[in-house]
Design a protein around this ligand. Structure first.
Ligand code: DQQ
Length: 540
């Protein structure tokens, strides 16, 4: 029988085996969600020759694997087929742009289209014979030009895309225009560039409503939207974003926040190469990302696989218009089994409350904390403070006044193993500062794992609002959403004791001030059918 795989997941997307990284070309087309992904069919590590694997779904939860969609076969993608994006052209015609590494080792942009639009699963994809449609620009290094976005169409009839690049460590989003999707010309100035940030990977550019949590189709441009530019910083393996105003007439993008390493990230844990798409069925924008392993390459070889995707999230602009908000898509509820609830439970100094009646290693838990006596909070001057550093110096065992309080996920019965997701509340000049941490330092008795602690501030006022936390726990991934999705932290953990029935879930308070859990709900999450063999037939 095959070896036990306690760290494969139950409801997070992954292939049956081998290496996976970026989500590619997600789209909804004629009743079906499509997800492609960077895949090495020959093993569990990243390789020189990358492919696009392909899965389809009717609900974004259960996925059916199909044949490889793009393989390195032609001079324009001879070495590798890297990331790219889908665009639905007028007449309901999906196409993809992706990066090929050509036979001379240059990164170029290629076009593909479905072979047969009447195949409901779009199994076969045909490479345009005139590829590449975009060549490496002059003065750019051969390996610094990749990851075309979904295109947007303006009133002047021209499509636009951006492509990630760099020159002398200046990160660049090159802007291209086309009237026919085949002939592309570079606009004289990039959409945006920031010195010192290194190459920008997997850029994403999309509108968000200023007054609604609904999604916006990528080509919408009017005074009710702002535009998000997300870039993956290769040097840091982190996704950063800006919110700003875009005017297609002069191709001007003015972010209201400049990209700095301190802020604004989609997720302050492990979360990279994300891509969003507009879901016209439920009128929302959905965000997917690659979450890589925290164990070693030798571990990945032993497991035979590497890489997960985050659980799909809806993404929208916060009502303060200063940041985005993310929340797991509601389809997760179709996997809910039994519910456990707690109401008005006071957690005194040093106490914990075990959440019973659920499967603690496969669970979705939401809770809210109410704090009183806030004037007693410790002082913290936040400017110049690195929240991640505060979280690692003041870990889950370090007593404070308000906090640490939160959840102990994937905990062994004696808490030898635990992943602590918690808050601390400080004050400074009459305002309160909420810190959110995900502490992996005790997540496994095993050595040789990356157990970095993550942390970020949550922009909420604990005097007005309760402090909420939602965490999705799935064997080796812990995705946490603080303040209703204002601050997100994803971690990978490899417990050895806290697996299966031996995994426990607690709410805890290690601060001297007591905190009140006003409400808590937790649901066991059933296993989804994700790329499993028994699911293959379902597409036929
Ligand atoms: N992964 C792809 C590239 C992209 C990078 C290669 C981001 O296209 O820049 O697998 O993780």
């Amino acid at each position: 029988s095959p070896p036990e795989q306690p760290h494969r997941t139950a409801f997070h997307f992954q292939p049956p085996q081998n290496w996976m990284n970026d989500p590619n070309g997600p789209m909804y087309y004629n009743g079906v969600y499509h997800l492609f992904y960077q895949y090495n069919p020959s093993g569990p590590l990243f390789a020189e020759h990358m492919y696009w694997a392909h899965s389809v779904s009717h609900d974004l939860i259960n996925w059916t694997p199909l044949d490889i969609a793009i393989a390195p076969t032609e001079p324009f993608d001879h070495i590798s087929c890297w990331s790219g994006s889908a665009t639905i052209l007028p007449g309901n015609k999906p196409v993809m742009l992706y990066t090929g590494i050509d036979s001379e080792n240059r990164q170029v942009q290629n076009l593909i289209e479905p072979k047969n639009l009447s195949d409901p699963y779009l199994r076969e994809w045909v490479k345009y014979t005139g590829n590449p449609v975009i060549n490496l620009p002059d003065g750019i290094q051969h390996d610094d030009f990749r990851d075309p976005t979904t295109a947007w169409l303006a009133d002047d009839g021209k499509w636009r895309i951006i492509v990630g690049s760099q020159k002398d460590k200046k990160g660049i989003a090159f802007l291209y225009q086309s009237e026919d999707f085949v002939n592309w010309s570079m606009h004289e100035s990039p959409l945006h560039e920031v010195a010192g940030t290194g190459i920008w990977e997997c850029p994403d550019f999309f509108p968000v409503w200023v007054d609604s949590t609904n999604g916006v189709d990528t080509s919408v441009m009017n005074s009710r939207v702002k535009h998000v530019l997300k870039v993956g910083l290769f040097d840091y393996q982190k996704d950063y974003y800006m919110i700003g105003d875009y005017n297609f007439v002069n191709e001007n993008y003015v972010p209201q926040n400049e990209l700095t390493l301190g802020t604004l990230r989609y997720d302050y844990g492990k979360y990279y190469a994300s891509k969003s798409f507009f879901d016209p069925v439920k009128n929302r924008r959905i965000l997917l990302a690659w979450v890589n392993e925290s164990d070693s390459e030798a571990d990945d070889v032993a497991k035979g696989w590497s890489g997960l995707h985050s659980f799909p999230r809806s993404i929208w602009l916060d009502k303060n218009q200063k940041q985005l908000v993310q929340w797991p898509i509601k389809e997760i509820e179709t996997l809910y089994e039994n519910e456990a609830t707690v109401e008005n439970k006071n957690l005194e100094d040093g106490s914990s409350h075990e959440i019973l009646g659920i499967t603690a290693w496969q669970v979705d838990v939401k809770l809210s904390f109410k704090l009183t006596n806030l004037e007693e909070a410790e002082k913290l001057e936040p400017s110049g403070v690195d929240p991640q550093l505060v979280c690692s110096e003041m870990d889950a065992l370090k007593k404070g006044k308000f906090g640490p309080f939160g959840l102990l996920a994937l905990a062994s019965h004696d808490l030898t193993e635990q992943t602590a997701i918690f808050f601390r509340v400080f004050q400074n000049n009459g305002r309160y500062i909420v810190l959110m941490c995900s502490d992996q330092s005790r997540s496994s008795t095993r050595n040789g794992l990356d157990k970095t602690t993550y942390g970020a501030f949550v922009d909420i006022d604990p005097q007005q609002d309760e402090i909420s936390l939602r965490t999705l726990i799935d064997h080796s991934i812990v995705e946490s959403f603080g303040g209703g999705g204002k601050t997100c932290i994803t971690a990978r953990v490899y417990p050895t004791l806290a697996i299966k029935d031996e995994a426990h879930l607690f709410a805890f308070n290690n601060g001297t001030e007591s905190v009140l859990i006003t409400e808590l709900s937790a649901w066991s999450v059933n296993k989804a059918r994700i790329n499993t063999e028994e699911n293959v037939g379902r597409a036929n």
